[in-house]
Design a protein around this ligand. Sequence first.
Ligand SMILES: Cc1cc2nc3c(=O)[nH]c(=O)nc-3n(C[C@H](O)[C@H](O)[C@H](O)COP(=O)(O)O)c2cc1C
Length: 199
Amino acid sequence: MKIAAFNASPRIGGNIEMLLDETLKAIEEAGHETAKFRLNEMRIRPCQDCGGCTGTGRCVQADDMEVIADAIRASDRFILASPIFFFGLSAQAKTMIDRCQAFWCEKYLLKKPIPEGPHGRKGLLILVGGMKKEIGVQCGGATATAFFRTVSVGVHETVSFLGVDRKGAISEHETAFQDVHRAGRRLIGQESGSSLFGG
Ligand SMILES: Cc1cc2nc3c(=O)[nH]c(=O)nc-3n(C[C@H](O)[C@H](O)[C@H](O)COP(=O)(O)O)c2cc1C
């Protein structure tokens, strides 16, 4: 299977990146092909609401979103990993998601959802917040759900960690790396457990 992973944290080697790398390790150990996109290092302009995608399902802006859009079409599994910023997803995540308006037009206006490959399309959302407030998970989760459904990912699991603020503080969490390792395996159908993917 092909797995596209979106790191929406600006902090290189930060909590999100550490968790995402552990998740990808589990997936790569099982022999699957992964591609990690560090959104902060990509040139992705915000959606201009120009209407250019309405009749075509294709964005008229030419930038790194083209690479992301290709990965969204071609992959079977999707990981969105974002820190919670101001009770929601990071701007890096939101910018990429807003540009998926082209997929929204393709799916809902042109009635052409991205076709499922033989493995189906499933997602995993990883969130980290420095505060111990669930509202960031709820707000970020709502946006991520809209993203996943728009790109025809019908089911996804959410794994979140709160009260993790300092760079690298996730290392002090007792179960976090095991949690995401298992979530990565569930994403590819390798591990049973209590998740949306059953088992
Ligand atoms: C601009 C900004 C806004 C933030 N807003 C929130 C917030 O609303 N809720 C929260 O729980 N943490 C908030 N945080 C803390 C981060 O979520 C936290 O430090 C997280 O561990 C960062 O992950 P990273 O190391 O992958 O960048 C904020 C941090 C920044 C820089």
